[in-house]
Design a protein around this ligand. Structure first.
Ligand code: GDP
Length: 153
């Protein structure tokens, strides 16, 4: 299912090719949803520029989510993301960051729009299927957190 229309670069001067970091989180990997999620990503026009399976340890998980340190859900978040392997992916397309945020849906799956990945596959705020970078600076940081230059195509 395609959630939004492709826009031509000429029609929309604000369009720009961007990369964003996606993570298929441990709940989705455990439940074997990775193929369906990758299919939704493909249907919505994203190109995969790097991909790997990774099981984060506590130190790296705390580093990745350091912006949330001190929040009441931080410990649950770290426990969850380290609970099993996940799949990290660099995605590329025009306006990749905002378009992928639209495709994944709200943090709380109960509030996620129909047709979004979280609406289809997430269980709760903690166990919410996928991650997507929320701005250009974080996308750059997060892509480099997971991938070296040699790992990108
Ligand atoms: P996202 O960009 O929608 O993933 O949300 P955030 O960047 O704000 O938070 C990162 C992750 O922390 C989310 O995906 C959730 O798994 C978790 N999280 C955020 N807010 C809450 C909350 O209020 N409660 C719980 N349990 N988890 C939360």
């Amino acid at each position: 299912m395609q959630l939004f229309k492709k826009k031509s670069y000429i029609q929309n001067k604000k369009s720009m090719i961007q990369q964003t970091l996606a993570i298929i989180k441990p709940d989705s990997v455990r439940k074997n949803y990775a193929g369906k999620i990758l299919s939704m990503i493909d249907d919505n026009g994203f190109a995969i520029k790097a991909i790997k399976g990774i099981h984060l340890d506590t130190r790296d998980a705390k580093r990745f989510y350091s912006i949330h340190e001190g929040k009441p859900f931080f410990e649950d978040l770290v426990n969850f993301i380290t609970s099993g392997p996940c799949i990290a992916i660099i995605l590329e397309k025009e306006n990749a960051i905002i378009d992928f945020r639209r495709l994944i849906g709200a943090t709380n799956p109960k509030e996620a729009d129909e047709g979004t990945i979280r609406k289809n596959f997430a269980e709760s705020k903690t166990s919410n299927a996928v991650h997507g970078s929320d701005c250009e600076g974080n996308a750059l940081y997060e892509c480099s957190f997971f991938f070296s230059g040699q790992e990108r195509f």
